[in-house]
Each structure stands twice: as C-alpha cells, then as structure tokens.
Design a protein around this ligand. Structure first.
Ligand SMILES: Cc1ncc(COP(=O)(O)OP(=O)(O)O)c(N)n1
Ligand SMILES: Cc1nc(C(=O)O)sc1CCOP(=O)(O)O
Ligand SMILES: [Mg+2]
Length: 590
C-alpha cells in the first residue's frame, strides 16, 4: 500500500497511522515526495503533514519541531539539500493564527476583530488582507479588493517565515483568491484550517458573490478542519434551503459535512423559533447542540469573525475541536454580555469590546488620569484596630482623611472577613473616585482587582511585584516597601510605581518593624528610580524634619496613627497637610 492509495479521504488517516508503525521511514520519504509534488492536493499534503509530525513527535519526544519534521527527514535523506533545519533547542512555541480576511475600517469585524480576539485569547495573530472595506455601524460604504499578487505575496511572507499553527479565513472575495490560498497551504501546510464562509456582512451587504459558492464547496471545504456558517450562509451553500428549526440545522450540518470539512458548526443565532442562541456542531459522527442565552444588545457586529478566530486560537493552543468550539462560544457570550451597554456609532449594529476593558473605563471615567508622584504628598493608611477603637467605619475614616487633605489613601485591613472587606473597599473606591483621590489596597491583590482599586501596596514578603504587575495589568499603581537601595532598584525593575520607605522612626502600628532612620531613608531616595514616600512613626512633631531632608525622589509622608488614632481624623489630617506645605516652601534638593 502506498501513501497515495491510503490518502484518498480524510477518514483514512487512522489506517495511515497504522502504516506508520510498519514503515515510518518509507512513509516519511513518500510524504516528502508528495509534499513537493504538484499533483498532490493541499488537503492530502496537510494530512500527510499531520501524520508525519505526530509520528516524529512520538518518536523523538519533541513537541515543536520544524514544519516538515526536517530533522528526522534530514536523517533519512541526508542528500536532500532543500531541507532547512530550524534550531529547536528550548523550543517553546508561541501559538500563532494567520487570518486571511478583509479589513473593516470600523474595526468591529474582519481582520481587526480577528486580531483582537486572538490577542484576548493570548495567541499571536498575523494577517493577510484580501480586501479593504469602508465600513461603520451603518453598513458597508466601499469595498476595494486587493490584487491576487498582493494576497499571494502576503501569504508567502507570513507562511514561509513565521511557523503558523492555524489559518482562519474570512472574506475571500474571488475564486482566484481561494485558489491562491489553497496553493499556499499546499506549499506551507499548517495544523488546522478554520473556514468562516463570509458572504454577507451583518448589515446585509454582500462581501462574496454567489459565483464563489462552488469554489467554497468543491475546493475550500474539503480542506477545512471546521466550517462555521451562519444560517444565511448555510442556506446559500445548500442552494437556498429554508432553515427554521433545530432539526433543519442538523440536516444542514450533515449536508455541509458531506462536502468534506472534518467538522461543521452551523450558527443559529438568528433562528426565529428559539429563544436561546443554539449552534449545531457536527463532527461526522455525533451532533452537539450548543446553547447559550440570547443576549439583548445592538453590539453584535463581528461575532462570526470573533467566534471563528477564537476557535482558531484555541486550536493553536492545542485544544481539541469540540472544546475549542465550546470555549469560543463562551467567550463570545461573555464579551457580548459585557459590552451590552457600550455605545459606539450611530447605526443599528455596534461593535463590542474583545478586551473586556471599555465598559470599566467608561463607567469609572472619573479617575482616568495616570499616577503622579505628587499624589504621595500626604498618604493616609487606614488601620482596622484604630477604626474599631474610635468606633468609625472604614468609609467614614476615608471620607474624613480626604476632607482633611489626604492626597492618596491605602486600605490596610489586617483583620476581618474578605467579603466584608470587599464591600467596604468598593464603597471607598466610590468615595475616592468622587474626589479624584487614588485608592490603594494593602497586600490583597484579589481585593484590589475585585473592587477595581487604583493600585496595590506590597511588602518584601508579600506577592512579588512582577507577579502583581502581571495580575493587575499596566494601568494600576503598585507600591513596594523598601528598606535598602537594592530593594528600591529591584522594585523599579520589577515594574513598581513608587517605594514606601521606613520605618523612619519607631512605630507601634507595625510589630517588629526595623527602623532605618532618616539616613536609611536618604539612601533609598538617592538610589531610587521611582518616587518615594516615607513611613513609620511620622507625626506632627517630626514630619517637617522628614520633608526637610530635601532629597530627590522624596515626595511625601505616609501616616497611620498620626491621623487615624485620633478623635478627629479630618482635623489631624488638615494640620499635617498644612505642616507639609510649609516645609515644601523653600525645600532644597540634594
Ligand atoms: C506606603 C506604605 N509603605 C510601606 C508599607 C508597609 O507594607 P508591608 O511591608 O507590606 O507591611 P504591611 O503594611 O503589610 O504590614 C505600607 N503598607 N504602605
Ligand atoms: C505600615 C507600616 N509600614 C512601615 C514600614 O516601615 O514599611 S511602618 C508602618 C506603620 C506606620 O504606622 P504609623 O504611621 O502609625 O507609625
Ligand atoms: Mg504587606
């Protein structure tokens, strides 16, 4: 039996795998011959490629070898000069999706949606642009189709160099372009092909004419690992049949599967007879009814592109097809729900927010400015015991400190229930936003994220700064306690925004705290590359002394007991603020 005999259809690949165990070297040799032969169809090459790469992985125990398994092939065919061997040592491959699609100027759909979806799913995405559309929330105003030469050149650039895992297609506006894509995939096989057979935009504008349907059916679909048509596209592909029920969708999925793709997802978002969004997934053997609630929103432009890209991204990460589809559906459902109320454009169909970020900044737009070193001028740090002692809530303490002139607030709650703390923290975020004062949470990154605080303060034995940064993202403030110049330099290198340095004086608020004195504070300030706030035992009696150190980077003082272990928080804070202002006038920098 030869490779050619075995590989007539996709289903035969199991029998091909059996052949591997009998004569792997021969098989690989034949595979290489097929790959280079112009008579081999792209789908056959892809299957050869998958089998051979699977085999080589098993034999060598290596996961990410170069695209043609060239190391092994080189061993079998040392005289083959055309084989390039990539350096696989420490090979930790970045999952990579290539989207072949049209550009949407409104960035809700097309290549722009694909890029955002892949980025949101943590996968690298390269792009081959087939057409440039002028598009917004009202519809499509113009379509310019790129030349075949340009599309071929883009495909070659990416595929020849960048080790693509999965190709996802969107708008393929001409038969020639489909053929160019298939030829490129024959030359540069990839792990999977996801086909979103885009024909009509969500606004109803035609993006690929009916003449292309035959090419989709006969040439593109047999190559696809999955096709993801919506109801309109399914109907067009099947000669205009009516699709009104879930049972119609199942039959349609089966008919599409007969055209050659290994899996079919018929998307039933528009099915009138169902109150849920039901998609039918068919893998040639089993049907799966994937349900989600229908989200009431105008912001649905680009859902098809996003779903297909997300499937591609999950496949690139190594998921099975069914789990990729399930994750993608859940992701789309979450972003639609999250973006329900965002308002972009005047038309009937708006884009949504792939990164789940816009809503947050829109809602909390009252504090959009970046952290300023001068925010550290008078830093009020709360203490649960002191609040209890004086019979006040955290929110009352925060309000009073702000009233007295605090320029930044930290919630340092060492006792108490997490749920209760979170509720207080949320209330404090609202108060601070109203006054445009940053709110930082001590130690608890989880609470900071959950209440959307402006930042987190951590010490040397808390969560490492680099980890905090990875968790909270680039926008949040991170403060770090440092007693030495080395710690201050590390804090900066790890991504912190400011240093809290102390104890400048002995304190009763923090047990067993080492005092570094004014000299220690000076050393930290001089070494630091980020602003410093002094802490520890600072009060009305010594604050001036601290500020008059006059060292570069020292921006202010942080206090706990001097304002919160007092009867009237606002009055004490006001006094301290006045004192600090006095010492700033005439400050001489060292
Ligand atoms: C502004 C500021 N500086 C230092 C600290 C102390 O943080 P840490 O060393 O983590 O100790 P605890 O506060 O967690 O006991 C701080 N909280 N704020
Ligand atoms: C929380 C804290 N951190 C310190 C450090 O040296 O890093 S000293 C300290 C307690 C500061 O409280 P008070 O203003 O009441 O002295
Ligand atoms: Mg701490």
């Amino acid at each position: 039996m030869t490779v050619k005999d075995t590989l007539g259809r996709h289903d035969d690949w199991r029998c091909f795998e059996a052949l591997l165990t009998i004569s792997p070297a021969l098989l690989i040799y034949q595979y290489m011959g097929f790959l280079l032969s112009s008579t081999t169809s792209t789908s056959t090459s892809i299957i050869h490629h998958k089998i051979c790469t699977t085999f080589i992985s098993k034999q060598t125990g290596r996961q990410g070898f170069d695209q043609f398994g060239a190391l092994t092939l080189k061993a079998i065919m040392p005289e083959e000069k055309s084989l390039t061997i990539t350096n696989d040592s420490n090979n930790k491959k970045t999952p990579h999706v290539l989207t072949v699609a049209g550009s949407d100027s409104g960035a809700g759909a097309g290549v722009q949606a694909d890029l955002k979806a892949c980025a949101a799913r943590g996968v690298y995405c390269s792009t081959v642009i087939t057409a440039v559309t002028a598009q917004n929330t009202l519809g499509v105003q113009d379509v310019s189709i790129l030349s075949e030469e340009s599309v071929a050149a883009q495909l070659k650039s990416v595929l020849s160099d960048m080790r693509v895992d999965v190709v996802k297609t969107g708008m393929l506006p001409s038969i020639a372009m489909v053929k160019i894509l298939l030829d490129s995939l024959k030359q540069y096989p990839v792990q999977a092909l996801v086909v979103d057979p885009v024909m009509v935009s969500t606004s109803g504008d035609v993006l690929a004419g009916p003449s292309i349907l035959d090419t989709f059916r006969k040439d593109l679909f047999p190559m696809a690992d999955i096709v993801t048509p919506n109801l309109k596209e399914t109907s067009a592909l099947l000669g205009g049949i009516q699709l009104e029920t879930i049972s119609d969708m199942r039959s349609a999925a089966k008919s599409l599967h007969d055209m050659g793709p290994r899996n079919v997802l018929v998307k039933g978002g528009d099915l009138p007879s169902s109150s849920d969004a039901v998609d039918i997934f068919f893998n040639g053997k089993d049907f799966y009814e994937l349900r989600s609630s229908r989200i009431q929103t105008r912001n649905t432009h680009g859902t098809g592109c996003t779903l297909a890209s997300c499937i591609a991204a999950e496949l690139a990460k190594g998921s099975s097809m069914l789990s990729a589809v399930k994750v993608a559906k859940r992701y789309v459902e979450s972003v639609l729900e999250y973006s329900k109320s965002i308002n972009i454009g005047n038309g009937s169909q708006g884009p949504f927010d792939h990164g789940l970020k816009l809503k947050r900044s829109v809602c909390n737009s009252s504090r959009m400015q970046v952290f300023e070193p001068s925010d550290l001028f008078l830093y009020a740090v709360t203490d649960s015991n002191m609040n209890k002692k004086w019979g006040r809530s955290i929110t009352d303490a925060v309000k009073a400190a702000i009233e007295g002139g605090a320029t930044i607030v930290q919630l340092r709650e060492k006792e108490g229930e997490t749920g209760e703390f979170l509720e207080s923290a949320k209330a404090c975020v609202e108060i601070c936003r109203l006054h445009n004062i940053p709110l930082v949470i001590n130690d608890r990154v989880d609470i900071a994220l959950a209440c959307d605080a402006d930042g987190v303060h951590v010490g040397q034995s808390d969560m490492p700064v680099a980890t905090v940064r990875a968790l909270v993202g680039p926008d949040k403030i991170i403060g770090v306690s440092c007693k030495t110049p080395e710690q201050a330099l590390k804090a900066w290198a790890d991504g912190a925004d400011y240093v809290g340095s102390g104890g400048v004086f002995p304190t009763n608020t923090k047990a067993n705290n080492r005092t570094i004195g004014l000299d220690g504070l000076r050393d930290v300030c001089l070494a630091s590359k980020i602003p410093v706030v002094a802490i520890g035992g600072i009060n009305l009696g010594n604050a001036k002394e601290v500020m008059e150190l006059g060292v570069v980077n020292l921006e202010g003082v942080a206090v706990v007991s001097a304002v919160f272990d007092r009867e009237c928080v606002a009055a004490e804070t006001r006094k301290l603020y006045g004192l600090l202002k006095e010492s700033v006038v005439g400050k001489v920098m060292v």
